[in-house]
Design a protein around this ligand. Structure first.
Ligand code: EPZ
Length: 436
């Protein structure tokens, strides 16, 4: 079992190169099989979720050639069936993007129901509503979503809830449908825009991505492209939070500062200095930070994926802060772990009432999910003394070289692999280790 051993108390200082956005990559990888021509994708982050996605695509006949750690050539012309049986895919939420991609291209898809981080109820009713609106029949049987259509026809689809996944999935199902599709109340996250830009570079006709009304005129087919995935907003935000938590000075490089505004605005509000330039953002924290109120919202609001990291900082700030989680109904599980480091946080429903403590003290803690895991690591880097963070496989789902990048910034963090007789849940694949 892999663990991080962390000796806290050193301010993190320096520059860190941000990789491609995991959540954009997952959608774009799935969409890459929608043409029979070869697609070249650059800036794919080397994280567990993207590797699982590619392994599943290979299992149905996609040909994937790795040109370097972050660049792939993908060809979907030899896909021989649309039934995903790959076990690993059940563990990632983005498995559902293969439904939209396969349904959009072949009018047929059978994909296991999505897994991913346990953040509470994570329904897919809006995805299903969208597919049905386009004329598909969709059923859930034996743990899989089975979607089929003789014909997909453009339609007017109103999302009852702003959903990143449903917006992306309906875009994919609609790009080669007959006629015009309008998605209202669409998600506006940067990865929705990136997926739309990718599909447009393949010949799709999608307008309005990044606003809440997206219009798609169906095209008969898509063609090859070369595309570079946008930088990861949440990876960058996580390092900015690490600067704030450790009283450090970190510059995130190769980012789109606009995507980070919703994150660094809060850091600035509690007393951090923030500087941005063309493709860099720097956060400097000196002295005790202040308190604030945070509510997670769809983009351009404060992202739910930054909520645990922000809570960790506020747990060491002056006064009382309030954090309200409005996207997921179970995203405060990490608070019990943080309490082991001495935090004083009460959770009532979807609100955390945080009384800032002087500092955390090192403890043995377990990562409950991807972003909360990263947040606990940040807490441990700020804490006095040594911490051990277990279940780091969750963190590895979405952060490439997390401990190496933190160590380069001066963090005293080491990844150790301790044999565990209960652990036999990994298999090696052509893309590395994946959860099976
Ligand atoms: C995406 O999840 C991201 N995952 C999540 O990132 C992120 O937290 C989330 O968007 C919100 O920004 C990927 O992109 C792979 P949603 P997604 O559909 O698409 C409800 C990370 O750490 N809902 O926007 O699953 C849902 O339950 C991960 O990188 C429905 O009710 O999120 C939630 O309350 C974790 N019905 C809300 O909408 C539906 O059909 C937003 O979910 C779909 C969603």
């Amino acid at each position: 079992m892999e663990k991080y051993i962390i000796k806290g108390g050193t301010p993190l200082v320096g520059e860190v190169e941000i990789g491609g956005a995991k959540n954009a990559a997952l959608a774009i990888l799935a969409a890459s099989i929608m043409t029979d021509e070869t697609v070249l994708i650059e800036n794919v982050p080397d994280v567990r979720d993207t590797n699982v996605m590619m392994q599943s695509m290979e299992s149905i006949g996609a040909q994937i050639v790795k040109l370097d750690r972050h660049t792939y050539k993908i060809n979907g012309s030899r896909i021989h069936n649309q039934v995903i049986l790959n076990e690993g895919i059940k563990k990632i939420r983005a498995s559902y993007y293969l439904i939209g991609a396969l349904l959009g291209k072949y009018r047929n898809a059978e994909v296991p129901l999505p897994g991913g981080c346990n953040l509470g109820t994570r329904a897919i009713d809006q995805h299903i509503k969208g597919f049905r609106g386009l004329g598909a029949t969709v059923n859930v049987r034996h743990g899989s979503v089975i979607a089929h259509a003789e014909n997909l026809r453009g339609a007017h689809i109103f999302m009852d809830k702003v959903s990143v996944g449903a917006t992306i999935n309906v875009i994919m199902a609609a790009v080669m449908a007959e006629g015009r599709t309008v998605i209202e109340n669409a998600a506006k996250e940067p990865h929705v825009v990136d997926l739309a830009n990718f599909l447009n570079s393949m010949g799709a006709n999608i307008k309005g991505a990044g606003t809440d009304v997206i219009r798609i005129n169906g095209v008969p087919k898509l063609h090859k492209t070369e595309y570079t995935i946008i930088p990861d907003q949440i990876e960058a935000g996580t390092y900015l939070m690490a600067a704030a938590a450790t009283q450090g000075d970190i510059t995130v490089k190769n980012v789109i500062p606009k995507h980070l505004e919703c994150i660094y605005a809060k850091l600035s509000e509690i007393g951090c200095q923030v500087q941005e330039s063309d493709d860099e953002v720097r956060v400097v924290a000196t002295g005790k930070l202040g308190n604030t109120q945070v509510k997670t919202l769809p983009y351009p609001g404060f992202p739910t994926d930054m909520q645990p990291q922000m809570t960790v900082i506020l747990g060491m700030s002056q006064g009382i802060s309030i954090v309200t989680e409005s996207i997921f109904d179970n995203r405060f599980k990490y608070v019990d772990e943080l309490a082991r480091m001495g935090s004083d946080i009460k959770v009532e429903g979807n609100t955390a009432i945080i009384t800032g403590v002087d500092r955390y003290t090192g403890a043995e803690i377990a990562a409950p999910d991807l972003r909360a895991g990263a947040a606990l690591v940040i807490g441990a880097l700020a804490a006095e003394g040594e911490s051990v963070v277990t279940d780091v496989r969750y963190i590895q789902r979405g952060y490439e070289d997390f401990h190496l990048k933190l160590a380069k910034l001066g963090g005293q963090i080491e990844l150790v692999d301790v044999p565990d007789e209960n652990e036999n849940n990994y298999t090696e694949t052509s893309f590395g280790k994946v959860v099976s």
